[in-house]
Design a protein around this ligand. Structure first.
Ligand SMILES: Nc1ncnc2c1ncn2[C@@H]1O[C@H](COP(=O)(O)OP(=O)(O)O)[C@@H](O)[C@H]1O
Ligand SMILES: [Mg+2]
Length: 169
């Protein structure tokens, strides 16, 4: 799942995880923020570190995938090249989900008050404010989280996974 901070990636990842579990499918959430507190703790936000951050997430996802899990990665992933690299690492099972909400909506939600801090100049290179977010071009699914409820979005994702044969019905 790619999208701006506050677009709803973590929320949808959690809800999809629960939905999959209820249907008997094993899944795991790889949340960018969480991974940055552990596995990727030494990485910052330079271009090199961004690349390395997403490379690791993709490899962990690939390992889980190979072992029969649906790996749900919730990462901003603002650049085409990173999503493309992840697609190559994960291979056939890769599904690019664009969790799309307008910047104004994400900023109004400001769940972690990061936009307010970024606008005050306290966070350099903040995606959407002081660093571009490249709109996905190779996406498989788009969720307009400002118009679709969490439950409806999860159903769309679940059906998509089933139709792509990533999970049994
Ligand atoms: N349809 C929706 N899908 C996902 N999140 C939504 C939706 N509608 C409202 N929200 C809210 O938007 C916020 C998204 O925050 P979060 O999931 O942490 O975003 P991200 O992980 O992309 O930074 C949450 O407070 C969530 O409750
Ligand atoms: Mg999140």
């Amino acid at each position: 799942m790619t999208g701006l901070s506050g677009a709803g990636k973590s929320t949808l990842a959690e809800a999809l995880h629960k939905r999959l579990r209820a249907a008997g499918h094993a899944s795991v959430i790889l949340d960018g923020d969480e991974l940055r507190r552990g596995l990727n703790a030494e990485l910052g936000f330079t271009p090199e570190d961004h690349t390395e951050n997403l490379r690791r997430v993709a490899h962990v996802a690939a390992l889980f995938r190979q072992q029969g899990f649906v790996a749900i990665a919730a990462v901003i992933s603002p650049e085409h090249r990173h999503r493309q690299a992840a697609r190559v690492i994960v291979g056939d099972g890769f599904v690019e989900v664009f969790v799309n909400a307008p910047l104004a909506v994400c900023e109004a939600r400001d769940v972690k008050e990061l936009y307010a801090r970024a606008r005050r100049g306290e966070i350099p290179d903040f995606t959407g404010v002081s660093r571009p977010f490249e709109e996905p071009v190779g996406l498989d699914v788009e969720i307009h989280s400002d118009r679709v409820s969490v439950d409806d979005a999860v159903e769309v994702l679940f059906v998509q996974l089933a139709s792509m044969n990533h999970i049994g019905q």
